[in-house]
Design a protein around this ligand. Structure first.
Ligand code: URP
Ligand code: ZN
Ligand code: ZN
Length: 491
């Protein structure tokens, strides 16, 4: 805070409850030159500043880090609708200031080419952006490519155990990639669904005339997820690689990962807002195709079990698994899920949907929520300047109104999809101000486009050295929604 007597701060955010994964305090956050310069006690005399944002009665949390975002990806016949400008603007509206996208090699493309291509495509990004690399098959160049990716700061590498005609990698490939990643401090990112179990279930359902979107959940059973998770955990244990499971949907798979972690494997769980809030009953609706994602939405008992695991601190991150398709794209093969574009739009709603479910209704502390929404995704992806509010961190900050209730609708969201899986639903907890890299991009007046200022972030993953931060785990102070509502906490 050395320059406070000479130069005004760019922004001061006054008197909010400043929430980190490790604890909270009432305070005033000082922003200068794109960084957080310090935190003063609430009510302390204000230093010179250019702009003041009054955060009284609100939470001040680190900008969201979305660890799972597909932007402009081509998967088979279907291209996602959005580009990086559009996806990142929607992200900012929803309080996410860093997105992590995938560079999955398309047919004939190498992992390195995929990363270079994605970096070019992402030049219009409004948020900071990191990339997961991807490997589909192993050849004599793959080891060197992974080492080159590590030099570029791409240390997280995605592999799919399903989608045979697309991006599926065999478990032999996964094992070899894990061996290399173990040597460079990287992380294997796994979409875990056992392909042969799915293909068999699909064939059986199809034979009964049940191969369309209404029966999607039957074609991708929970057992397929558990089987692939077990095999990948075994390989991670053997190779000593860190492993991160995207979009986990059942309490059983979270428990498998927790047990492996307790036994010494560096294994981590992600879930998504839709797996915490929606259940398989949506496939009985007349718009079942709009909810087709992989893994599918699960029975309510699984949703409740998943929420419980999240409240115990066993689910480390919230990824949106953002996939922007249109109603028309979803409808084209709704009679045959094998050909459908999978995935739901969600980068904009990750904060509000999961805050409402986990904190407002579920009783999770705001500190644990921040851990899942921002801190842990930053740590697991080696983004050290993200995910916390304190001197030296990037000034990515959300002022969150914990009492504001609003309706989610495709008519008002900023994503390119013409539908929302949450259409008409009421949710509590919305950003009132979003600051990204020190710039106020969302406030009462709406969106202020910062232009294509997003930086490419390099991962510095060293998971041995950096513990995960979740108040449940560290024993830090925890603040519940009931306490927030009691007014005492908010000045
Ligand atoms: O249904 C999904 N999740 N589609 C996107 C690709 C993936 O599997 O992550
Ligand atoms: Zn996936
Ligand atoms: Zn995905």
């Amino acid at each position: 805070m050395g320059n406070q007597f000479f130069e005004p701060y760019d922004v001061v955010i006054t008197d909010g409850l400043v929430v980190n994964a490790t604890g909270s305090r009432l305070g005033t956050v000082l922003v200068k030159d794109g960084l957080i310069a310090g935190i003063l006690d609430a009510g302390a005399p204000l230093p010179a500043h250019i702009r003041r944002i009054d955060a009284r009665s609100q939470l001040v949390i680190p900008g969201g880090v979305d660890p799972h975002c597909h932007v402009g990806q081509v998967l088979g016949e279907f291209s996602m609708l959005d580009n990086h400008a559009q996806a990142s603007i929607a992200a900012l509206w929803g309080g996410t200031t860093t997105i992590i996208d995938f560079a999955i090699p398309e047919p004939g493309q190498s992992p390195l080419e995929a990363v270079h291509e994605k970096r070019k495509a992402a030049q219009d990004c409004r948020t900071d952006l990191a990339l997961h690399g991807g490997v589909v098959s192993w050849d004599r160049t793959t080891r060197d490519q992974l080492l080159a990716l590590a030099d570029l700061g791409v240390l997280t590498v995605k592999m799919f155990t399903t989608y045979r005609d697309g991006v599926m990698a065999g478990f032999d490939t996964i094992e070899k990639v894990m061996e290399v990643l173990a040597g460079v401090g990287g992380v294997a990112i796994i979409h875990a669904e056992e392909n042969h179990v799915i293909e068999q279930a699909q064939a059986e359902e199809l034979a009964k005339g049940r191969g369309g979107s209404r029966h999607h959940a039957l074609t991708r059973p929970e057992a397929a997820e558990a089987s692939a998770v077990k095999r990948a955990l075994q390989l991670a244990d053997e190779t000593r690689s860190a492993v991160y499971f995207v979009h986990q949907t059942t309490p059983e798979v979270v428990d498998l990962v927790a047990a492996a972690r307790a036994a010494g494997t560096r294994a981590y769980s992600e879930t998504c807002p839709h797996y915490l809030t929606l259940n398989e009953e949506v496939y009985e609706s007349d718009r079942s195709e709009l909810f087709v994602c992989c893994p599918p939405l699960r029975p309510n008992s699984s949703v409740l079990g998943l929420r419980e695991r999240a409240s115990w601190g066993l689910v480390h991150t919230l990824g949106s698994d953002h996939c922007c398709y249109s109603t028309q794209q979803k409808e084209k093969y709704s009679h045959d899920v094998r050909s459908m574009p999978n995935g739901l739009p969600g980068v904009e709603n990750r904060l509000t949907v999961s805050f409402d479910t986990l904190v407002v209704k579920g009783g999770m502390s705001v500190e644990n929520f921040v851990a899942m929404f921002s801190t842990n995704p930053a740590i697991l992806n080696g983004l050290r300047s993200k995910g916390w509010i304190g001197p030296g961190a990037d000034a990515d900050i959300v002022v969150l109104d914990p009492r504001k209730t609003g309706v989610i609708s495709a008519t008002s969201h900023h994503m390119k999809s013409d539908y929302s899986p949450y259409e008409g639903g009421e949710f509590t907890g919305w950003p009132s101000t979003v600051i990204s890299g020190g710039r106020v991009v969302v406030d009462d007046d709406g969106f202020h486009d910062p232009g294509p200022v997003g930086r490419h972030l390099s991962s510095k993953a060293q998971l041995d050295a950096v513990p995960l931060l979740a108040a449940t785990v560290t024993g830090g102070s925890q603040t519940t929604y009931a306490e927030i509502e009691s007014e005492e906490l908010l000045a």
